[in-house]
Ligand binder design. Structure first.
Ligand code: XMP
Length: 333
């Protein structure tokens, strides 16, 4: 619509004015905010923007390829993909405490991003040297960090974000989504040509599958979990609720599989199996502070569990998490 077109034109103009002929770096995570920021900035300044996409090996199935296809393939943006999964797996090996895992992932993420940003800053690879760091900060983030002092005491899980990075890098900040609420960011994303499935995705935590694999994180576990999770999400998108016509993906606020490093006995053909367990989690919430477990149709659960057990060798049992928040949290770690 014309209001959105006007808004884009204005935002594009503002970015061009602020950046001039300088260069910008942006950390692309695949999440809604950084994606929309990237699309908007790219619309404004094209190749003066370079996106850095750090793949920590704890993303969902095919996520890295999808991000590259969208930004490098369709939008023709400059994107550097850094496969840092070896490093993350090595540093996480043997670490079982959830907060310790979060800290390691958060720190490595910043280290890897900084190393790439330093190269771009120095003007390597045909760049003249970046002077801006763009971030997908949205209005609620601005408010939240303003109130951080009072909130901190009650923080149950440390949500890693890249605070303080611009100062460390000696770059100026570019935050074109600062005045927007989440809904507006989504509308903007669609208007910029991002696919609705990307823009209306459930939130995904920064530490990714690192907090959905209980305890020690291993590549083998991540590979099994990715496949189970993809089946769950695919079926949620497919199953429509009769009353509303909406998919169960859209009827839930967040849904995912959790890997339990526990083995249980099963039968398959004439043989006995002794394999891992996956828990399915689906919640409905308006603010993620409290949440109800979703009353998914039994038929859907049956289909998902049947498919996971048949298609993902190594998992022979699927459970459904019927805990609400509080007292349980949405993530298991
Ligand atoms: P919990 O598990 O605390 O989650 O009920 C509430 C919301 O926060 C997300 N979450 C995180 N997001 N880094 C993030 O970026 C994190 O470490 C993290 N831990 C939880 C969770 O996915 C849910 O949307």
């Amino acid at each position: 619509d014309w209001v959105m077109k006007d808004h884009i034109a204005e935002a594009v103009e503002a970015i061009r004015r602020q950046v001039g002929d300088e260069e910008v770096i942006l950390g692309l995570s695949g999440g809604v905010d950084s994606s929309v920021a990237a699309a908007l900035i790219h619309r404004a300044i094209g190749d003066q923007l370079t996106c850095v996409f750090v793949d920590h090996g704890l993303l969902r199935l095919n996520e890295g390829d999808m991000v590259m296809e969208m930004f490098a393939g369709k939008l023709h943006a400059r994107v550097i993909r850094v496969d840092a999964s070896e490093l993350f797996m090595r540093e996480l090996s043997g670490v079982t405490d959830p907060e310790a895992k979060r800290k390691i992932i958060g720190k490595l993420f910043v280290d890897v991003f900084k190393a790439e940003a330093d190269k771009l800053k120095a003007g390597e690879g045909g760049h003249k040297g970046a002077t801006f760091l763009a971030q997908g900060t949205i209005y609620p983030d601005v408010i939240e960090s303003g109130g951080a002092k009072t909130k901190k005491a009650t923080t149950i899980k440390s949500h890693h974000n890249v605070g303080g990075l611009p100062e460390q890098l000696g770059l100026k900040l570019l935050e074109p989504l600062r005045d927007l609420f989440k809904d507006e960011v989504r509308e903007l994303g669609v208007a910029l040509g991002l696919p609705p499935e990307m823009v209306y995705r459930h939130p995904f935590p920064g530490p990714g599958l690192g907090v959905r694999i209980l305890g020690d994180v291993k590549r083998e576990y991540a590979d099994l979990l990715r496949r189970a999770d993809a089946i769950f999400i695919e079926e949620l998108r497919q199953w429509k609720d009769d009353a509303t016509g909406k998919s169960w993906y859209d009827l839930t606020s967040q849904a995912f599989a959790v890997f339990l490093p526990v083995k249980s006995v099963g039968v398959m053909g004439d043989g006995r199996t002794y394999d891992y367990v996956v828990a399915l989690r689906a919640v409905q919430t308006s603010d993620f502070m409290t949440a109800d477990w979703a009353e998914l149709p039994y038929g859907l659960l049956k289909k998902v569990s049947g498919r996971i057990i048949n298609e993902v060798r190594g998992i022979n049992r699927v459970t459904y998490d019927v805990s609400s928040k509080p007292p349980a949290t949405i993530e298991w770690e």
